[in-house]
Design a protein around this ligand. Structure first.
Ligand code: SAH
Length: 356
């Protein structure tokens, strides 16, 4: 069973090659792709224009295991919904569905856990368990789509949930190809963003893919000492290298690079930090004001960080010629900060509670 191919991870041409190798006519792959990605039927037995015999052979060769919604939390403050999705091996990840004026955005996870070790993050202490497959990333979107009427489908995607997308490079790229493929979900990557803690080789490689994808960099500090104390990745790829990779990304793709900055009281919110950030960011993109998304750090149990004033820091940055927005803290009441639902669930299991 283990070595069956996960069919939802295959692009149309790859599926065509697999199906051809089974001796099936070329149109068969098109039919199957449509069942999976357009009609969202995840059982070969329900693919009614395919013979029973062929269904059986598909079943032997391929598996379809979309993530299932195990728990759903709806905010009472806004329309944000957070899902805990169970994967076929029992692991779970989080997916958030957020409603903006311009559409509905899904924030999806790319790994079970994370190995980057950011000090303020709820996922870091739990470590990295495994990478998600392209099908599991796409499946989070399909699950959220299925939970709402057709006219409220996901129109934007951010890779900003659990995991470091550039630490699961190949699968993330395959997922982006599937997401944007015209025979399938057909979502333009102009409406997608990838968030990274700063894995420089991954950024450089991504620049070469030529996707119209927004790159979002979790900066969180304006000097190497502070950044390394918050984000171990900075020891390997310090700020100067990271920003030069960002400039390369912009030059190569013409797409914006935005910066995430979690405001932490007493750590990165001083006047001096704002000045340093101004000095760093002003020269990077000529003819474009750099854009920083501020978010008051979400206090995670045991990390000891508390939120600084994002509004005050925004004013400080604006005096430095930096555009800064305070990210709407959507779903604040359901802990929309990534990783916290999974963390609670794992703690619950560890304490001998029942799995949901
Ligand atoms: N690994 C990627 C994407 C996942 S994290 C990255 O680092 O960008 C998504 C965003 O949430 C990142 O900007 C991350 O730094 C931020 N984040 C994580 N924990 C947080 C917390 N407790 N408060 C505020 N932002 C947090």
């Amino acid at each position: 069973m283990q070595d069956r191919i996960e069919i939802m991870s295959l692009l149309p041409e790859q599926l065509a090659a697999e199906v051809k190798a089974m001796g099936e006519p070329a149109f068969r792959a098109k039919q199957i792709f449509r069942w999976l990605h357009v009609r969202r039927v995840f059982d070969f037995a329900e693919m009614t224009d395919i013979s029973k015999q062929c269904q059986g052979r598909l079943q032997e060769r391929f598996c379809i295991n979309p993530p299932k919604i195990a728990q759903k939390l709806a905010s009472t403050l806004d329309d944000t919904v957070k899902y805990l999705c169970t994967l076929s091996d029992g692991n779970c990840v989080e997916t958030v569905r957020m409603v903006y004026h311009h559409g509905v955005t899904a924030c999806i996870s790319t790994q079970v856990g994370c190995r980057m070790g950011c000090r303020f993050c709820a996922s870091a202490p739990l470590g990295h368990i495994r990478n998600l497959t392209p099908a599991e990333m796409l499946g989070q979107i399909y699950a959220a789509d299925a939970d709402y009427p057709e006219d409220q489908r996901i129109s934007g995607v951010v890779l900003m949930g659990i995991g470091e997308p550039l630490d699961n490079y190949e699968n993330v790229i395959q997922f982006l190809r599937l997401l944007s493929c015209s025979e399938g979900r057909n979502l333009s990557l102009r409406h997608a963003a990838l968030s990274t803690c700063g894995v420089v080789p991954g950024i450089l490689r991504l620049a070469g893919e030529d996707f119209p994808l927004t790159l979002s960099v979790s900066l969180h500090a304006a000097d190497d000492d502070t950044r390394s104390s918050l984000m171990p990745v900075n020891w390997k790829y310090p700020i100067a290298e990271l920003l030069s990779a960002c400039r390369h990304y912009f030059e190569k793709t013409g797409r914006r690079v935005t910066f995430e900055y979690a405001v932490i009281a007493g750590k990165n919110d001083s006047d001096e930090a704002a000045e340093k950030l101004g000095r760093l960011l002003r020269p990077i993109f000529p003819q474009q004001r750099p854009h920083v998304n501020l978010i008051p750090v979400n206090p995670v149990a045991d990390t000891g960080f508390s939120a600084g004033s994002a509004l005050q820091f925004q004013k400080k940055l604006e005096r430095q010629g930096i555009n800064a927005t305070v990210r709407r803290t959507l779903g604040a009441d359901i802990a929309a900060a990534c990783g916290q639902l999974r963390r609670n669930q794992m703690r619950h299991q560890a304490e001998g509670g029942e799995q949901h």
